[in-house]
Write a protein that binds this ligand. Structure first.
Ligand code: BG6
Length: 510
């Protein structure tokens, strides 16, 4: 195991939802598994007037997100963890002098013998990031003279290419790029990292991973939930900014990248950014019209329950034109992918929650089994990101009997079969990586900017372009009626079920 330096974690926005929902549970698990350093503490910082004990109550003892965990955990371990939690009230605003915070932080560093090493975590609205970085600088809290300083920032990293560049420049004024860790929780998912392993630790896939053998690539990210309590935020964001620009383009970069020369963070990140820069930017209205679909969920009744439409959700403008469904077709302009279409969609209020990558292979170059009835049922490699995490290969087998009738068979692998390994939650994995100084699974400034350069013209077109449409889809169905129009020929989206092998007409070979 890589050693973790003694250190402090300072969370800005500590009384917010993310801290209680994701960060504290992840840290509690890391503590219980013995991954935290011997000398460590967490200092929550925020505008709410809390003291240490209120904070412990809020994010640990009385946290709705930890109820079942606390019941099952060793009480002594939880009590030890509680003793690591502290809170500093900034007094109603973030744009204030951090000298008091500095005093508290250094007192704790002294007591806890944490050598001045400090990880800052910005979990506030992004409009405050630059202000906080500036105030940290004014109090010399970014100085690495006594102990390293690192900064984790939560998405969104900007709202457009221009604002992303401004944000990067704003943070880089006070922290160097090596100190900045932009968190994208999809990169913390085991199954997303496994795209790299599938491709580069096997000799059976990579030779086929190109335009000669791959017909097209399909990526689906579907959520069953609507916008929940985040209508206000979501209405200013939409599916393209909320999911596609970050999580889905990160997955695209792992699928499309060239083999890195090693697993060193910069080697991997250099290849990812090259892949993102190869995305063909769509600039003309005609292509944007043909290659993008946006839609919004409208009210429906499912299993006797009324489901609200997007425009009726709390915090959403009743005339909103924000998309809750986005499907994009695009090409990657490089030697490997010339002519191979990528189809990527993301949406809320779909029939099920599922994220998967499907590699559709070309049909055999010369078909000798003409009456197979296979039609366009191609070989597929399905990489299931969530749920029922695993990998599925679809291939043809002979149906017993005379002649050569071919049927589609499944070869499947499930992560749950590796039950002896504890699978870390994305935030556990990513926090631990940053604490160890490993930025492999964090987004670099140039990656974020390359992703925005691709997304910006789509957003502009949707805002002001010619013939732009906003389609409706009943909450609980697979998107608008014309969703398949993006896919050439007789192609359709593979609308997957909750289980990896859900699909009519298959047999399972175990
Ligand atoms: C977040 C988005 O980044 O990812 C949410 O802001 C979305 O809108 C969430 O629900 C999905 O994450 P996961 O891990 O549940 O697929």
């Amino acid at each position: 195991m890589i050693k973790v330096d003694n250190q402090a974690l300072v969370i800005f926005g500590a009384s917010g939802d993310l801290t209680a929902r994701k960060l504290i549970p992840a840290l509690l698990h890391l503590h219980a598994a013995g991954h935290l350093p011997n000398h460590f503490f967490i200092l929550g910082v925020g505008r709410s007037a809390l003291n240490d004990s209120d904070f412990r109550k809020q994010v640990l003892w009385e946290s709705p997100y930890l109820k079942p965990n606390l019941r099952d955990m060793d009480g002594k371990v939880v009590e030890e963890f509680a003793q690591l939690l502290f809170y500093q009230d900034l007094g109603g605003a973030y744009d204030v002098s951090y000298l008091k915070l500095k005093e508290r932080l250094y007192a704790l560093h002294g007591e806890r013998e944490t050598a001045g090493n400090t990880m800052y975590y910005f979990s506030t609205p992004p409009t405050l990031y630059e202000t906080m970085a500036r105030q940290l600088n004014e109090a010399a809290l970014n100085s690495q003279e006594n102990g390293w300083k690192r900064l984790i920032v939560e998405k969104p990293f900007g709202y457009s290419l221009e604002t992303a560049k401004a944000l990067n420049a704003g943070l880089q004024r006070y922290f160097s790029e090596e100190q900045i860790y932009r968190i994208d929780h999809y990169l913390g998912k085991e199954t997303v990292q496994n795209v790299l392993v599938t491709r580069f630790a096997n000799s059976i896939f990579e030779p086929l991973w190109n335009r000669n053998y791959i017909h097209h690539i399909e990526i689906t990210n579907a959520e069953q939930v609507g916008v929940e309590k985040r209508g206000g935020y979501y209405d200013t964001s939409g599916a393209l900014r909320d999911m596609f620009q970050n999580h889905l383009l990160q997955i695209v970069s792992l699928v499309a990248m060239e083999p890195p020369i090693s697993d060193a963070p910069e080697d991997i990140r250099n290849e990812k950014v090259k892949a993102l820069r190869s995305l063909r930017i769509m600039n003309d209205d005609e292509t944007l019209h043909a290659h993008t679909i946006r839609a919004q969920y409208i009210p429906s009744v499912a299993q006797g329950t009324n489901i609200k439409g997007y425009r009726e959700e709390e915090g959403v403008d009743p005339q909103s034109t924000t998309e809750t469904y986005a499907a994009i077709k695009f090409f990657v302009d490089n030697w490997r992918w010339e002519g191979v279409p990528f189809y990527v969609r993301t949406a809320k209020r779909m029939p099920t929650k599922v994220t998967e990558v499907v590699i559709h292979f070309k049909t055999p170059h010369h078909q000798i089994f003409k009456d197979t009835g296979l039609g366009d049922r191609d070989n597929k490699l399905v990489i299931r990101i969530q749920p029922d995490e695993g990998i599925l290969i679809k291939f043809g087998v002979k149906v017993p009997g005379q002649g050569f009738k071919v049927e589609r068979a499944n070869l499947d692998f499930y992560y749950k079969s590796l039950a002896q390994h504890h699978i870390m939650d994305a935030y556990e994995r990513l926090l631990l990586d940053a604490m160890q100084g490993d930025a492999t699974l964090y987004a670099r400034a140039d990656e974020v900017e390359a992703a925005w350069a691709f997304v910006d013209p789509i957003l502009d077109y949707w805002a002001t372009g010619k013939d732009v449409r906003m389609y409706g889809y009943a909450a609980g169905v697979w998107g608008p009626e014309n969703a398949d129009n993006l896919i050439e020929g007789n192609g359709q989206w593979r609308n997957p079920g909750p289980n990896l092998t859900d699909d009519p007409g298959y047999c399972v070979i175990c």
